[in-house]
Design a protein around this ligand. Structure first.
Ligand code: UGA
Length: 430
């Protein structure tokens, strides 16, 4: 396993728990030492336990440098970062440098697997860089969500394995046999595209739902009922229909931009996807305009208490967090920000990060909930009402109980549940 980031470490620990012998490599010497001692720094439920079980059973090892990890390997997983490079394309520098390091030491007949999200055609490119006819390159994308990565790995919806050599694809698929998941065996390009197509579809679903929420506000409809009514249609499904401040994280933003690039490179214009991205940018601006409105029309000098900073609940990950994008826009208009997130410690530019939710809302002109941590539902809202300067709560995820807040004298503003006047709406529409 080359790379012990969130994908590499989860994959390594889970494969070890399935009974395989796994050696994980990283270039970060201090991190390798910490992992050898069983210290996992990623906030991922169940991961630390699995790592420690694997270490104790002798099925999981950590080494410095890829070359050391691959020496006796039958299968080599590449789990290195593929960040967004210039112009939105995935930057493959880390993949290329690993190939240069291991190509001559790979055992005869082993299989190299791309686990990182890489552009269509990367398996072929890695194969060309390897210059090893005896080493097939397989694409085996991951579908793990941060915060539930271990559960997703052990209960997958599907396993996708792509290779132009059937035997190599079957060898990789066999690693997951105990999970009993539907398995798609295909060619490398198709497997690579499955990952982008799935993530971009999810992003599109979310942008669509955020647009419907906006429409609900203008028409006086309730987005919670609209999405429930849509979701019972099995072709649509109930999941991924929750409106919010926009989608973020380390995957969806990167992968949508990358697919636009991939499509553009083969002359395919993809307006559906560019509109998905633009709708997401607009969603953040919409949240800011709602907070501005709650603050009385001007943000300069206004104190905004932010509940949540991470890109979603259950993680400490701030990468491409919609909460931070909103914070940046608020700062640009002169707001003063205090924020609390149960998973986030340390510095966030422009935000005074405090240790509890009550400290975040103290003296606030507006409270804005940006990440859906369950503990925010259980706050003592009457205490919040005493602490704030003004009783407005903008709930960008429809996460709170409006009645509970109202009983405490607070005004709750959600998303897509606006109290439009039905007669005015009718007059405008007809
Ligand atoms: C995503 C995919 O869901 C995984 O299947 C995929 O493996 C992973 O990317 C990856 O490529 O590695 P993740 O980035 O962990 O997983 O985050 P999601 O749970 O998909 O959430 C993405 C964003 O959408 C978050 O900002 C979240 O708050 C938002 N979201 C999600 C909503 O606003 N509403 C929803 O109903 C669901």
């Amino acid at each position: 396993m080359v790379g012990t980031g969130y994908v590499g470490l989860t994959t390594g620990a889970c494969l070890a728990s399935l009974g395989h012998r796994v050696v994980c490599a990283d270039v970060d010497v201090a991190k390798v030492h910490r992992l050898r001692a069983g210290h996992v720094s990623i906030l991922e439920p169940g991961l630390s336990e699995l790592v420690n079980e694997g270490l104790a059973a002798g099925r999981l090892e950590f080494v410095v440098g890829a070359a050391q990890a691959v020496v006796d390997a039958e299968v080599v997983f590449l789990c290195v970062p593929t960040p967004m490079g210039a112009g939105g394309a995935a930057d493959l520098a880390a993949v290329e440098s690993v190939i240069a390091e291991v190509r001559t030491v790979l055992p005869v007949g082993c299989v190299v697997v791309n686990k990182s999200t890489v552009p269509v055609g990367t398996a072929a490119r890695v194969s060309a860089l390897l210059k090893r006819k005896d080493v097939p390159v397989v694409s085996n994308p991951e579908f793990l969500r941060e915060g539930t990565a271990v559960r997703d790995f052990l209960n997958p919806d599907r396993i996708v394995v792509g290779c132009d050599t059937q035997d190599a694809a079957e060898r990789v698929a066999a690693l997951y046999a105990r999970l009993g998941a539907p398995t798609v065996l295909t060619d490398a390009a198709s497997a690579e595209l499955v990952k982008y197509a799935a993530n971009c579809f999810l992003a599109m679903k979310l942008s669509y739902v955020n647009a419907i929420a906006e429409l609900c506000e203008r028409l006086g409809a309730d987005v919670a009922d609209v999405t429930e009514g849509m979701g019972y249609d099995r072709r649509i499904g109930q999941s991924f229909l929750q409106p919010g401040p926009g989608w973020g994280g380390s995957c969806l933003p990167k992968d949508t931009h990358a697919l636009v690039q991939v499509a553009g490179a083969v002359g395919f214009d993809f307006p559906l996807l560019t509109a998905t991205i633009d709708t997401n940018t607009r969603q953040r601006e919409r949240v800011v305009s709602k907070i501005r409105h709650a603050a009385g029309g001007r943000l300069r000098g206004k104190r905004i208490g932010l509940l949540g900073l991470a890109f979603k609940a259950g993680t400490d990950d701030l990468r491409d967090s919609p909460a931070l994008a909103v914070a940046e826009l608020l700062l640009a208009e002169g707001a003063e920000l205090t924020g609390y997130d149960p998973g986030v410690r340390g510095e966030v530019p422009g935000v005074r990060v405090v240790d509890d939710a009550y400290a975040a809302v103290k003296g606030a002109d507006v409270v804005a909930l940006l990440t859906e941590w369950p503990e925010f539902r259980c706050l003592d809202w009457s205490r919040v009402a005493e602490l704030v300067d003004s009783p407005l709560v903008v709930d960008t995820r429809n996460h709170l109980d409006p009645d509970a807040l109202q009983r405490c004298g607070l005004t709750w503003w959600g998303v897509g549940r606006g109290p439009a006047n039905p007669l005015q709406v009718l007059a405008a529409v007809v």
